[in-house]
Design a protein around this ligand. Structure first.
Ligand SMILES: *[C@@H]1O[C@H](CO)[C@@H](O)[C@H](O)[C@H]1NC(C)=O
Ligand SMILES: *[C@@H]1O[C@H](CO)[C@@H](O)[C@H](O)[C@H]1NC(C)=O
Ligand SMILES: *[C@@H]1O[C@H](CO)[C@@H](O)[C@H](O)[C@H]1NC(C)=O
Ligand SMILES: *[C@@H]1O[C@H](CO)[C@@H](O)[C@H](O)[C@H]1NC(C)=O
Ligand SMILES: *[C@@H]1O[C@H](CO)[C@@H](O)[C@H](O)[C@H]1NC(C)=O
Ligand SMILES: *[C@@H]1O[C@H](CO)[C@@H](O)[C@H](O)[C@H]1NC(C)=O
Ligand SMILES: *[C@@H]1O[C@H](CO)[C@@H](O)[C@H](O)[C@H]1NC(C)=O
Ligand SMILES: *[C@@H]1O[C@H](CO)[C@@H](O)[C@H](O)[C@H]1NC(C)=O
Ligand SMILES: *[C@@H]1O[C@H](CO)[C@@H](O)[C@H](O)[C@H]1NC(C)=O
Length: 577
């Protein structure tokens, strides 16, 4: 592979979650468990470990980043424990985003400008093909955050194993008026028409979340812009901001920040621990982002994923002319002692290609095509009718580690249940909690029962439910982990959430499609071709490995037909530790 020809590519970034402690005081929603931070795993438990989702060999992982030519994943990692703490920038490389080689950490605390922590950041390729990483350094026990840079020690090393942190760091310190303990996660830089670089940094002022903008001519001296790129009152601290253009038409990614495009601003919200985005315009003269009318800029807004998903970063991938977004999923166990006993915590989800829906109102996400190379044994079903209460088993594959794509059809919308107007105030996930897969409906619930026992006493259903509201139909997609772990012999206390989102889909053709990536302790689902994505973590006690089953089911009075169902056993990704 000729790396030099790829070198001119822009880069990627990573994000991270932040947390911090001062004198052992817990800030924010990150919990700090000092006694466990450096407790090395004695045993690495393999039950529930994922087969094709990236995990480090052990311990805590939580943030991805991507880099030029070869794919680089930089992620926030605790080398010494399975809870958050001792965070370094671990580094892995890949040629296909699926199989990985782990390298030595790229950045770790060592200098006055980062000796209390090396947190998330991003990479940019400067003219002359010079990659540079911007990252947040912690300079004292009070959690003071500054922005630093690092450059490769040897640009000829295709893996860029070694990184140097020059002595003119930090580049940016918080000015008065910015809370220096909430000032982190610099984005990839982009250049404006005036030839100046721009970045944004996540921050908070009172209850207002901010994407503070800085500009620079030379990448070294940064000047804060008068206005943030964007801010929203009432949303608390913004972590891992990501700001990028999307094309009005087609599925290709964009690299240049021209005014003619649409834009996406995505933030990881510390308050709810979910990620939200809006679609809007970028006024390049005022250097401001303006969400479109109707693009909700708060908790009721669009999420990249309605489940267990955070700290994502996107990058433009010139080798396939696409934008790829990559998120992290934490474990859903409640006690850190359980992560410690497991010996590992946190996985990277499958990288997703992302583009603007033709409506211009939302994004579409789909697993990168490279994943398909792990598909092995395949089974198919078609034209299979499911009456109320019926289920059909998908046999002949490994249900604990599988990829399933299914299209359901129905003959009419008439039996859709009424949508109770009082639910309008609820989040989709609350409606899902009221109307589980076992509560009979009209049109739906129908979908897949994943990681299931034969009698479904243990299972994580992913299903649709269609409601008739006053003006329109509402399509709910749920991923309900409430029955994922049988209580009886539960060994680990987990947060078994029922996650859900409303799918903005045209029902004219009386069809709904669903894809689920099932991997031992994760079910990652894509509804209606990627309009709504939901990730659930599940820790079955019975439906493990070859004891897991997969079903398609219908619990609504309207008969449903499986038009086509394709399911594959998934191989193991090669991850070289
Ligand atoms: C991890 O533990 C080793 C051995 O105690 C120590 O040398 C190293 O500094 C620790 N790493 C971090 C990032 O704290
Ligand atoms: C941390 O903040 C406290 C209170 O403002 C101050 O007294 C102390 O000197 C600070 N410590 C450091 C290391 O900056
Ligand atoms: C830089 O990397 C190249 C390619 O791996 C290698 O041949 C060269 O020896 C390295 N230079 C140094 C100074 O390590
Ligand atoms: C800065 O943020 C921290 C963490 O949320 C908070 O505890 C502190 O009170 C804030 N400081 C100011 C001056 O607002
Ligand atoms: C921000 O929201 C708070 C309540 O959440 C409100 O008191 C305050 O007036 C708002 N500020 C602005 C500038 O709207
Ligand atoms: C991680 O797991 C805990 C426990 O289930 C959950 O409360 C939290 O919101 C999760 N997500 C993130 C992004 O931390
Ligand atoms: C469908 O409904 C029946 C009856 O309530 C229930 O036993 C079964 O578990 C439900 N199926 C799913 C996948 O929830
Ligand atoms: C469980 O997860 C839900 C949804 O994220 C959250 O609202 C709730 O606070 C979590 N509970 C615990 C105990 O972490
Ligand atoms: C849960 O209980 C079942 C039935 O007793 C047993 O077969 C299974 O191994 C147990 N699972 C765990 C994880 O303890």
């Amino acid at each position: 592979m000729d790396y030099s020809s790829r070198w001119a590519l822009p880069i990627i970034l990573v994000c991270f979650l932040v947390v911090l402690l001062s004198n052992n005081v817990v800030f924010a929603s990150h919990k700090v468990f000092v006694h466990l931070q450096s407790q090395s795993a004695v045993n690495v438990k393999t039950v529930h470990r994922t087969g094709y989702h990236f995990q480090p060999e052990k311990h805590w992982i939580n943030a991805p980043m991507y880099f030029n030519g070869i794919y680089h994943l930089f992620y926030q990692y605790n080398p010494n424990g399975s809870v958050w703490g001792n965070i370094v920038w671990a580094h892995s490389v890949s040629k296909d985003l699926i199989n990985w080689i782990n390298l030595e950490p790229a950045i770790y605390p060592s200098k006055p400008f980062d000796k209390f922590g090396t947190w998330s950041g991003s990479a940019t390729i400067l003219p002359g093909n010079k990659p540079v990483i911007l990252y947040t350094g912690i300079v004292d026990a009070n959690n003071t955050q500054v922005q630093n840079y690092a450059v490769p020690a040897n640009i000829s090393d295709p893996y860029l194993r070694e990184w140097i942190k020059p002595d003119n760091n930090p580049l940016i310190v918080a000015d008065i008026g910015v809370n220096k303990t909430q000032f982190r996660d610099p984005t990839t830089a982009w250049m404006g028409q005036d030839g100046r670089w721009r970045i944004v940094i996540g921050a908070q002022r009172k209850r207002r979340g901010l994407a503070i903008m800085y500009r620079s001519k030379d990448f070294m001296k940064w000047i804060k812009a008068k206005h943030p790129l964007h801010s929203t009152n009432g949303t608390g601290n913004w972590e891992c901001p990501d700001f990028f253009p999307v094309a009005l038409k087609g599925t290709n990614g964009l690299e240049q920040y021209g005014e003619e495009h649409k834009y996406v601003l995505k933030n990881s919200m510390d308050v709810t621990r979910f990620e939200y985005y809006t679609i809007g315009k970028y006024d390049t003269k005022k250097d401001r982002y303006i969400p479109d009318a109707g693009s909700i800029d708060s908790w009721k807004g669009l999420r990249l994923d309605y489940g267990n998903y955070y700290a994502s970063k996107s990058f433009y991938d010139p080798s396939k002319n696409r934008r790829v977004i990559w998120g992290w999923s934490n474990e859903s166990d409640i006690y850190p002692e359980d992560d410690n006993a497991k010996g590992w915590a946190g996985i990277q989800l499958i990288p997703r290609k992302l583009w603007l829906d033709p409506s211009g109102k939302q994004l579409i996400q789909w697993p990168v095509e490279e994943l398909d190379a792990l598909r092995t044994q395949k089974v198919q079903l078609s034209k299979k009718k499911l009456n109320n209460g019926e289920k059909v088993e998908v046999k002949g594959i490994t249900p604990a580690q599988a990829d399933v794509e299914v299209t359901f059809s129905f003959s009419s919308l008439e039996r859709a249940e009424p949508f109770d107007p009082s639910w309008a105030d609820l989040y989709a996930q609350d409606v899902c909690a009221l109307k589980g897969s076992y509560v009979q409906g009209g049109l739906g619930p129908f979908g897949l029962a994943t990681l299931a026992t034969e009698n479904l006493e243990e299972n994580t259903p992913v299903f649709f439910r269609v409601f008739k509201a006053q003006q329109n139909y509402k399509v709910l997609l749920c991923s309900d982990a409430r029955k994922s772990t049988l209580k009886k012999n539960e060994t680990m206390y987990t947060n078994k959430s029922s996650f859900a989102g409303y799918v903005d889909v045209d029902l004219k053709d009386n069809k709904l499609s669903l894809r689920s990536l099932i991997d031992n302790s994760v079910v990652e689902s894509f509804g209606a071709g990627g309009k709504v994505c939901i990730t659930s973590r599940a820790y079955p006690t019975l439906a493990i490995n070859e004891k897991a089953h997969l079903y398609a089911f219908n619990n609504g009075t309207e008969p449903i037909t499986i038009e086509t169902l394709d399911a594959w056993s998934m191989g193991k990704a090669k991850i070289q530790y």
